[in-house]
Design a protein around this ligand. Structure first.
Ligand code: PNS
Length: 162
């Protein structure tokens, strides 16, 4: 059985993340979506909120588990008995950082391989930072995130919940 991990900050989860997740889940037996618990210092959402949003978005895909993790990804992968890390590549600008991360992970644990999926062209420009930037100035984020996520993001900036 091939278990893969798709790690990230997901602050918040975008339509681009969801596309990579759906495609990765089709290619593996089990996909663990792993939310980095970075102490929520510079995050819009707490790790619990990010996990909850992902679980809601992904409840219809049976071979997905959403979990949070602390510390090194390779240690978490070992705990999950996963040897594949999935990452999305949007543009050449992602490549340097992703290559460095993949190689670091492989030095730390030689049994780990990173599989890259190229982002769908529709989402090639998209990042969680873009979502927050547009939302902060009251812009329409419906092209970037699902309605449920958009509602949560707007709540954060306006303090108003529907
Ligand atoms: O969504 P992001 O912020 O690009 O995800 C980055 C993430 C969470 C994959 C990366 O920061 C990570 O794996 N952090 C855990 C710490 C770690 O293992 N670092 C060593 C690899 S450089």
């Amino acid at each position: 059985m091939h278990t893969a991990i798709y790690p990230g900050s997901f602050d918040p989860v975008t339509r681009g993340h969801l596309d990579i997740i759906a495609r990765a889940a089709r290619a593996t037996d089990k996909l663990i979506v792993a939310v980095l618990n970075n102490g929520a210092k510079n995050s819009l959402f707490s790790v619990e909120e990010r996990v909850k949003m992902l679980k809601e978005e992904l409840e219809e895909i049976p071979n997905i588990e959403v979990r949070s993790f602390n510390g090194l990804l390779v240690e978490f992968a070992k705990q999950c008995d996963a040897h594949i890390v999935v990452r999305g590549l949007r543009a050449i600008t992602d490549f340097e950082y992703e290559l460095q991360m993949a190689q670091t992970n492989r030095i730390l644990d030689h049994s780990i391989d990173t599989f890259f999926l190229t982002a769908d062209l529709e989402y090639a420009y998209l990042s969680s930072s873009t979502v927050k930037e547009v939302a902060r100035f009251g812009g329409d984020i419906s092209a970037f995130v699902t309605p449920a996520v958009a509602e949560r993001v707007m709540e954060k900036y306006t303090g108003v919940s529907k």
